[in-house]
Design a protein around this ligand. Sequence first.
Ligand code: GLA
Length: 724
Amino acid sequence: MIHYNPNTRTFNLLGSQSHYAMMVDGDGRLIHLAWGPTPNPLSGHNRFAPPGQSSFEFQGQRDELPAYGPISVHEVALKASFLKAPAALSAGEALYRPIRDVRLAYTGHEIEENAQLPTSSSSFRTPHSTLRISLTDSLQPLTVTLCYRLFPAHDIIERWCTLTNTGPDPIRIEKLAFAALHLPPGSNEVTTVHGAWGAEFTTQRHTLPVGSFNIGHRSVQTGHAFNPFFLANRPGHATETSGPVYFGALAFSGAWLLTFEHQHSGDMRVFGGYNPFDFELILQPGQTHTTPAFVCGVSGEGWGGASRRLHAFTRDAVLPNAAPRPVLYNSWEATYFALSHEGQAALARKAAAIGVELFVVDDGWFGGRRSPLSGLGDWTVSPEVFPNGLQPLIDEVHALGMQFGLWFEPEMVNPDSDLYRQHPDWVLHFPGRPRTEARMQLVLDYGRDEVIEYIFSALDALLSTHDIDFIKWDMNRNVTEPGSVTGKAIWRAHTAGVYRLMDRLRQKYPNLSLQSCSGGGGRVDLGILRRVDQVWTSDNTDALDRLGIQEGFSLAYPARIMEAWVTHEKNHQTGRVLDLSTRFDVAMRGALGIGSDLNALGDEELKEYASYIAFYKRFRHVVQDGDLYRLETLAEHGASTLLYVLPDQSEAVYSVAVHDHLIGRHRPPARLCGLNSTAVYTITDRHERAIAHLSGADLMAQGIPGDTYGPAGYSRTLHLKIVK
Ligand code: GLA
């Protein structure tokens, strides 16, 4: 519920277990009052008056959108220059151009309660209401509307802002965060993830010193180095299961920045938005700019509660649809570039026989793409690889009862391609400068409408003539030399172009599913997740490495989008040999996929694959739609133990995997969470053997019998169900 009290000029946003309050002060400034994990409304009393009132410390006011003007020495969310034409200023005044301060004051608001809930495949399968507060500069022609969309069931607020130039001259926006979050003083323990190709989502938890800490990316995808989300709490006041934890995540896949400003006073502010490096946004007269969203929330149930809220929100209000994710086979690691109709058809037959539901042909099927050296950009089926075209393979895959998927990398071009030979000016570059290649490829200039049109037509030509159910949308390099016909706006224009293309494709082909991949998990964020059904988490499929990657991923993102594949016994990325059971137990924690060379497996092993896939199908609804409890985490226990519980508590999936050798020690059994304490659960293994019947209360007090010891690689998956 969103409530406004006109007497105290106070806004209260009440979630099911949270409150967020702000007020308009005597100067018209919109001031943050409170945010916390209880649904208690506040009246208009600013409990956080600036602590220091010396001549150096008068800027501690907690503006909902700190702007450069009233705030000059601390971090700001907005900085603008007003480029008033010299003719409009006196000769003396013109010397002061550009005027570089913004003073925003409240001018009005509107509340839109429970905007209509679309029933099926669209965002917002959950109630919500939206508050829009207008702030206007009294001297300069700038209006900023701060938007708050509250999802009470999830204790989440989606925040963004809209800037409008109401005057006759351009305004240059030099810095813009989508929102600034004020955390309670002292909330300086921050959890984020960092990484690289093959090592995405490495968790780091730090107590921040006084100062500013930044994570971000300066390219046109989300990036491997960091992911745009955080969890924050007071040091020592939160655990996996308890304590107030604040969280936020950006819904944007371009150059982004999260700044955590920990002030001497103890104040903690988090700014999330456009990366200010090389940033420029010119608002022409009459023009409006709407930022992407900074999603934020609070949990009273520790880091686990924060993750569960983000997961449920993503499932209910972000992802394009709620259908179960199919078991996928991808032939990349089986054949790499050695594609042929016969080879793929043979794999497809074996994949169907073991229970696969979606068969994906990866890189190498098009143009002159026989290796990474050439062909990117030429999106026509290669007659060299498929002399009779692709449709016969698609027909065969469909006849086997599977969907058909295909790999694309629509933002890239190899210099050795027909596209580049025809349009060498269609790539990001600076005239006369080298065009730095990475993986022998260059980035197309998505600032050019004709490029977007060309790519749309190329994909459309294939989709309209072939029965393609699924696209793997890849993106395999960072940007260098960001020269574009759009100038510095390319940092936003590229992402806008990708979104536009995906939206258009989804609109024209409503049954098409998309996967986001950027050399693995380089493009995962709440912006792309509005448009894709799942993501490729990492090219690293080593099950023990995956434990950490998937644990970091699970801090923010739900299991249903997390593709996890079983690949070869000897892993292609790490060379490590792991049992099939470990590989399946870890991959079954997300959207299961298979990437092994099925032609190299004997009948017995194929039967084992089939048995695991059948097991997964029995409980996948619990993994994909359930609430996740991280019972044991790697840093604390050397093992990762997860429990997924359906919201009605009728079923759960328990999954343990030991990462470190724990020699000479008993691991205390992990106690389960979130079950129905009075009901009796029947616990079954892959072979449908009932290994125990235990009450929810027993399981939550003592854990699952028999899991107290395990060497590295020990793993086990069990299905729990209340049998009436
Ligand atoms: C990237 C992807 C891989 C695969 C290759 C194909 O590396 O992450 O999964 O699709 O490209 O070239």
